[in-house]
Design a protein around this ligand. Structure first.
Ligand SMILES: [Zn+2]
Length: 219
């Protein structure tokens, strides 16, 4: 079983299809001596894309685990869920006054950040360190396409005036936000910052630290 080396998700898929390689192979067969090199498309390493964190990885860098390691990983996930459970569905305000909702969607844990109606985003919760005084959530903003969108912000067609639309929740969004929260977020007459400030928050003092993406640390 292959896992993403960055987030250990098994929601990974090969990006270069067999079909494309077959087509290139057939094209090669039609060029002089192409028959000698028509196998070349099949030896390029396959790339995997992770839907959860968006990382692209060649196959020899993927994490490969057996059923025992898989069981251990499932236990680790369960322990993590137990630890973070009291925060799920709660709004928190961090050390910098930023407001997030802690929520679970599609089996993963996220911080939902609401900036405005066009900017409702998710950050992956990577770790949660529980302390009696100040706890800490480590999060990453590197989120794959399938786990990033909370609201369906695409205009239906060019005649749609985006400034008046009331976007629906995505399937992920339905798990992360309540109908009432959604109703407020898409209300363009509402002072969103004021609404966020006045939401009941979890009383636990929590620092939120964002991990730098690998690309950023490498540069
Ligand atoms: Zn990943």
């Amino acid at each position: 079983m292959y896992l993403c080396p960055e987030c250990k998700s098994d929601h990974v898929e090969k990006t270069y299809s067999i079909g494309l390689r077959v087509i290139v192979c057939i094209i090669l067969l039609f060029i002089p001596y192409g028959i000698l090199i028509c196998w070349v498309p099949f030896v390029f390493p396959y790339k995997y894309i992770c839907y959860l964190c968006g990382t692209e990885t060649v196959n020899d860098q993927m994490l490969q685990i057996d059923w025992r390691e898989r069981e251990e990983l499932a236990k680790e996930f369960f322990r993590f869920e137990e630890k973070i459970d009291p925060l799920l569905g709660e709004w928190i305000e961090d050390q910098d006054g930023r407001i997030f909702k802690v929520a679970k969607g599609k089996g993963q844990f996220f911080l939902v950040e609401v900036k405005d109606i066009e900017n409702v985003t998710t950050h992956r919760i990577v770790d949660y360190i529980e302390e009696p005084n100040t706890s800490e959530i480590k999060a990453s903003s590197k989120v794959g396409v399938n786990y990033r969108r909370v609201l369906q912000n695409d205009p239906v067609d060019f005649s749609t005036d985006i400034s008046t639309t009331k976007p629906d929740l995505t399937d992920l969004g339905k798990e992360l936000l309540t109908e009432d929260e959604h109703k407020h977020i898409i209300d363009r007459d509402l002072d969103l910052n004021n609404w966020l400030k006045n939401l009941p928050k979890n009383q636990q003092e929590i620092n939120v630290e964002f991990l730098l993406d690998q690309e950023k640390t490498a540069s």
